[in-house]
Design a protein around this ligand. Structure first.
Ligand code: IPM
Ligand code: MG
Length: 355
């Protein structure tokens, strides 16, 4: 198969982890006979430094004309503590999601047999967790207007807004995923307080009869925040709005034992985007110590969700599991054993694929 992949390494550890995923993708291409070409673009703080724009048109062109995008991380501390900054790296990510029409962010949480003891939660609660969030990604308070300050600058406001259409297209993806899994869908909202949440709940209730094989549960977001770490095995597919999904998916990632491990896929249009859920981890940038496995597993999702190549995806997750089992891992999960460099882990994974 011919595959055109846009690479957006971004900021901080992004370039290092993406480089390892590229090694893995190339090894898969070689093994399975795919012609894979890469084009690289700037996004985030590095794009602001180079062009003044966190998502330059040139980068959008590269993404829009590819089959899939592999993205690293975004963010730089020099902007985090400057609330008055006019341009921010994160705006690049948000514009990219919006311009590419990536309205659904699929964030799985699962455990790795050889790592499950690293979870800060009790083993019997987390062993075998397998849940997936479908987070709405291009609506809600992230994009709603009006937003800003009053003239004196003493009041600030954001707007949370959802149309029925936005809810339906996200919810349908959740229902369809549930049908292929354990057939349980949880709609996460704050319908006891928010009008947008009541529209979510009403809309999902209307759709439910079309999916009679799926059991639907409705839960308030604060209760989910609690139950998710208490009884994570109670969940299968969760659908939720943008902000709730942002918060809960960070929470869920701890279940697996390290945030560096979890991949994600952003879907909704012809071009799909794949990225680890961790941030740019600026303290580790350039040190060759960051865990590349979340990005490597995002590359596995790229083969699966992006191209329907399940065998290729499975081989990637198999070699990742092997690296965990054999302790060929970076320092964050080395657990007192030998820690390998980011680049060494990438080389090892690629070699195992070709072995
Ligand atoms: C995420 C991140 C982004 C978000 C930030 C970097 C804008 O936290 O992908 O979850 O809030 O969506
Ligand atoms: Mg987040």
């Amino acid at each position: 198969m011919e595959m055109n992949i846009a690479l957006l390494p971004g900021d901080g550890i992004g370039p290092e982890v993406v480089a390892q995923a590229v090694k893995v993708v190339k090894a898969i291409g070689q093994k399975f006979g795919h012609q894979i070409s890469f084009k690289e673009g700037l996004v985030g703080a590095c794009a602001i430094d180079a062009t003044g724009d966190p998502y330059p048109d040139a980068t959008h062109e590269i993404c829009a004309s590819s089959d899939a995008v592999l993205f690293g991380a975004i963010g730089d501390p020099k902007y985090d503590n400057d609330p008055k900054a006019k341009v921010r790296p994160e705006q690049g990510l948000l514009r990219m999601r919006q311009k590419l029409g990536l309205f659904a962010n699929v964030r799985p949480t699962f455990t790795f047999p050889s790592l499950v003891h690293k979870s800060p939660l009790k083993l019997d609660r987390v062993d075998g967790v397998d849940l997936v969030f479908f987070r709405e990604l291009t609506g809600g308070v992230y994009f709603g207007e009006p937003r800003g300050r009053n003239e004196q600058g003493t009041k600030a406001f954001d707007t949370n807004v959802y149309s029925k259409e936005e809810i339906i297209r996200l919810a349908r993806m959740g229902f369809e995923a549930a049908q292929k899994r354990r057939k349980l869908l949880t709609c996460v909202d704050k319908a006891n307080v928010m009008a947008t949440s009541r529209l979510w709940r009403e809309t999902v209730q209307e759709l439910a009869p079309e999916y009679p094989d799926v059991k639907v549960e409705y839960e308030f977001v604060d209760a989910v925040a609690m139950r998710l770490i208490q009884w994570p095995k109670a969940y299968d597919v969760l659908i939720t709005e943008n902000l709730f999904g942002d918060i809960l998916t960070d929470e869920a990632s701890v279940i697996s034992g390290s945030m560096g491990l979890m991949p994600s896929a952003s879907l909704g249009s012809k071009v799909k985007l794949f990225e680890p859920i961790h941030g740019s981890y600026p303290q580790a940038a350039g040190k060759d110590i960051a865990n590349p496995l979340g990005t490597v597993l995002s590359a596995a999702m790229l083969f699966d969700y992006g191209f329907g190549l399940t065998e290729e995806a499975k081989l990637i997750s198999d070699v990742v599991n092997l690296s965990l089992a054999e302790g060929y891992v970076t320092e964050d999960i080395a657990d007192g054993g030998k820690a390998y460099k980011t680049s060494e882990v990438g080389d090892w994974l690629a070699a195992k694929i070709l072995a």
